[in-house]
Design a binder for this molecule. Structure first.
Ligand code: UDP
Length: 331
C-alpha cells in the first residue's frame, strides 16, 4: 500500500502511520500541525518508508500532488475537540467541509481508494441503547455551535458516499465513538486525557454538570487495525461503520476511576456546562455504539478494557514517551 494519511501527526492519525509502517507499507502523513505534533511521529523520524509533509488539506494543489503518487488515502485531518469547534467555528467548518471535499476529489481523480473518518457526534442526542449505523440523527439547533460540527461531518459523509458511488472506488466511512489513548491531548476538550492530566498534577478533576452523562470509550489500539481491514473488505465499501468500545461509564464514575488508577489526592469538582463551554452549549446524555456491523464485516472485537485504556494513558503521560509499540504489533 502507498498510503496518504491526512492528519497523520494527530492522535489517531499518528497511530495509523505506525500501524501501516509496521505492516510494510509506504506512508506520507499530510498535516498542517494545527492540533497535531511532531512528537507524535518522533518514532518514525528518518524511516525510509515514511515522510511527513507539512501542509493543509485546504491547499487543493498540494492535496492533489500528494494523493497523485499514492493508491490509498486515509482522511483523518479535521478540526477536533469540543473546545476547537466552539472557539473557532468558521475555521473548523472550512477544514471539515472543504478539506474533505479536496481530499475525496483528489482520491477520485487519481483512482485511490479512500477512508473518511467520521464521528459518533453525527448521532447527536440520540441516546439509544446501542446506536446502529442507520440510527436517526437527533441534532439541536445549528445556532448552537456544537451542532455545526455534526452538520459538517454529516456532509463529509455524503461527499464520501456520493463520490464513492459515482466513481465505483472502494471507500469506507468510519464513525469513531470517544476513541482515546496515548498521544491524545486534553487541550481541546477530550475528557480522559484531561482527567489524567489533572490527576497527575494534583489539580481538581473537573466533571461537567452532574456527571451522570454516559459515554463508552474505545481504544485507539482497537480501532486503528480495523481501518485498513475495512478498506480491504468489499462488503464494507461505500458504507459507514461504527468503531468504538464496549464498556459504558458515567463521567462522574470515570473521574473516580482515574482517581483510583493514578492514586492522586485530587478531589473532584463539578463545573456547570456554561462555565466550561459558554452559553447555549448542549451535551448528550448518553452515547453508546453498536459495533455489530464491524463485527460482521471484519470480526471487530475490542480487546482493551477501560481500566487498561486509562492505565496506558497514565503510563504515557508519566513517562512522556511514545506508547508501547507491542500494543500495535500484537493487534
Ligand atoms: N467533560 C467533563 N470534564 C472535562 C471535559 C469533558 O466532564 O474536563 C465531559 C463532557 O462535558 C462530556 C464528556 O465529558 O459530557 C465527554 O466529553 P468529550 O469532549 O471527551 O467527548 P464528547 O462530548 O464528544 O463525547
Amino acid at each position: 500500500m502507498k498510503a496518504v494519511v491526512t492528519g497523520g501527526a494527530g492522535f489517531i492519525g499518528s497511530h495509523l502511520c505506525d500501524h501501516l509502517i509496521a505492516r510494510g507499507h509506504e506512508v506520507v502523513a499530510l498535516d498542517d500541525m494545527s492540533t497535531g505534533s511532531e512528537a507524535n511521529l518522533e518514532q518514525l523520524n528518518g524511516h525510509p518508508r515514511f515522510e511527513l509533509v507539512k501542509g493543509s488539506v485546504l491547499d487543493r494543489a498540494l492535496v492533489d500532488e500528494v494523493v497523485a503518487a499514492h493508491d490509498t488515502v486515509f482522511h483523518m485531518a479535521a478540526a477536533v475537540g469540543v473546545h476547537t469547534i466552539v472557539d473557532k467555528p468558521l475555521e473548523s467548518l472550512r477544514t471539515n467541509l472543504h478539506g474533505t471535499e479536496n481530499v475525496v476529489e483528489a482520491a477520485v481523480r487519481h483512482d485511490a481508494r479512500y477512508l473518511v473518518a467520521s464521528t459518533s457526534e453525527i448521532y447527536g442526542k440520540n441516546d439509544a441503547d446501542g446506536l446502529t449505523e442507520d440510527a436517526d440523527r437527533i441534532l439541536g439547533s445549528p445556532l448552537k455551535s456544537r451542532w455545526s460540527y455534526a452538520a459538517a461531518k454529516g456532509l463529509d459523509e455524503l461527499v464520501a458516499y456520493v463520490h464513492g458511488g459515482d466513481s465505483g472506488l472502494p471507500c469506507v466511512i468510519t464513525r469513531f465513538f470517544n476513541i482515546v489513548g496515548p498521544r491524545q491531548s486534553g487541550r481541546y476538550g477530550m475528557v480522559v486525557p484531561r482527567f489524567v492530566d489533572q490527576a497527575l498534577a494534583g489539580e481538581p478533576i473537573t466533571v461537567h454538570g452532574d456527571g451522570t452523562q454516559r459515554r463508552c470509550f474505545g481504544s485507539v489500539f482497537d480501532v486503528v487495525p480495523a481501518m485498513g481491514r475495512l478498506l480491504e473488505t468489499p462488503a464494507a465499501h461505500n458504507r459507514a461503520v461504527n468503531l468504538g468500545g464496549l464498556e459504558e461509564i458515567s463521567i462522574g464514575d470515570l473521574a473516580q476511576r482515574v482517581v483510583k488508577l493514578t492514586g492522586t489526592t485530587s478531589g473532584v469538582v463539578h463545573v456547570p456546562y456554561e462555565e466550561a463551554y459558554g452559553e447555549g452549549y448542549e451535551d448528550m446524555r448518553r452515547r453508546m455504539p453498536d459495533t455489530g456491523l464491524a463485527a460482521d464485516l471484519i470480526g471487530y472485537e475490542p480487546q482493551w478494557r477501560l481500566d487498561d485504556i486509562i492505565t496506558a494513558i497514565i503510563e504515557y503521560k508519566r513517562a512522556g514517551t511514545p506508547p508501547p509499540r507491542h500494543a500495535l504489533l500484537a493487534s
